[in-house]
Design a protein around this ligand. Sequence first.
Ligand code: GRF
Length: 301
Amino acid sequence: MEAQSRVFRLSSPSPAKNPKLPLLHTHNSSYIPSNIQSPKWVSLKTQFSPASLSSSPKKGSSTSCVKALETETLSTPRNDSNATIRKKNLAVFVSGGGSNFRSIHEAAAQGTVHGEVVVLVTNKPDCGGADYARDRGIPVIVFPKPKNSDEGFSPEDLVAALRTYNVDFILLAGYLKLIPPKLIRAYPRSILNIHPSLLPAFGGKGYYGMKVHKAVIASGARYSGPTIHYVDEEYDTGRILAQRVVPVLANDTAEDLAARVLHEEHKLYVEVAAALCEERILWRDDGVPLIQSKENPNQYT
Ligand code: GRF
């Protein structure tokens, strides 16, 4: 694993002097204190998944040619103006229309997200998201193998293929299959999912699509909204990273509420993808991930 040292200006006393303060960790390792009272310079390390090129996608699969992967740099938007950040490679997983995938892809193409969607993974090779990817020359991997089909990757093939594409982060966007433990272990703290309710409410197995919104309305809850969370080996139980709130109105149908939530999903996923690619996600010592504000690096949400 490559370790990158970075210096952040934080408003905080040192942990040695204040052992009771909660700590903030970067992607995988070091810490910074999260109290924000007196400014202090703190050295951080950020780790990224290795970009191994040890294997290739299967021949004859629906994966098209491997794109030439470019490494670009960006002046960090935060506080260390001399630092540069490598452009990240994203894999998006979809099972349906892929409107979140489209908004992320467009934001990356426009430069709002400092990354590139280098591969799309789907269990439904004919879904709208897969069509959109193919139309734009984005390779499509089928995982897992659909019933009555010979085409599709095993978990081992999938991990190897993602490595081949130098994938840094995996974004699940309406992907309805459970992520295999092999993939979760291969990409620690690097897989995100979006869910259309305020987790931990209305999540878990069976809560997907309109079922979520029908359950919210039936419960009488007055607020709902999307949650972006890290992915673990269960449905919808990983650490929460970001949420948005929308009202549930008295006459809402499930479709009305779904549309209101989806509108926020598109904005929220782009904001989170931008933070991810700019390395603005930090980990509190209790394991809660936080997003560092781009405008004010001393603020975390
Ligand atoms: C979204 O509502 C998302 O929250 C859920 O699945 C839906 C996907 O929609 N996980 P789309 O395919 O991105 O349009």
